[in-house]
Design a protein around this ligand. Structure first.
Ligand code: SF4
Length: 62
């Protein structure tokens, strides 16, 4: 599974890199970006937390 951020929806709140810094970081444009890599099993729970807590539902884990 991989993480994906819809930058058109992201409001740059910074929550997802706080919750799951292994996968999410803030890009130069102030929006979040997800690492283009398979999410390791031990990181999947926190990545899914970020997905569910994003206030604008911009994150998809699939
Ligand atoms: S939690 Fe959602 S709105 Fe906030 S930075 Fe991450 S993707 Fe953007």
């Amino acid at each position: 599974m991989k993480g994906h951020v819809d930058k058109d929806l992201c409001i740059g709140c910074g929550l997802c890199p706080d919750i799951c810094p292994e996968i999410f970081r803030m890009d130069d444009d102030g929006k979040a970006i997800a690492a283009d890599e398979e999410i390791p099993d031990d990181v999947l729970d926190s990545a899914k937390d970020a997905e569910s807590q994003c206030p604008v539902e911009a994150i998809k884990i699939e």
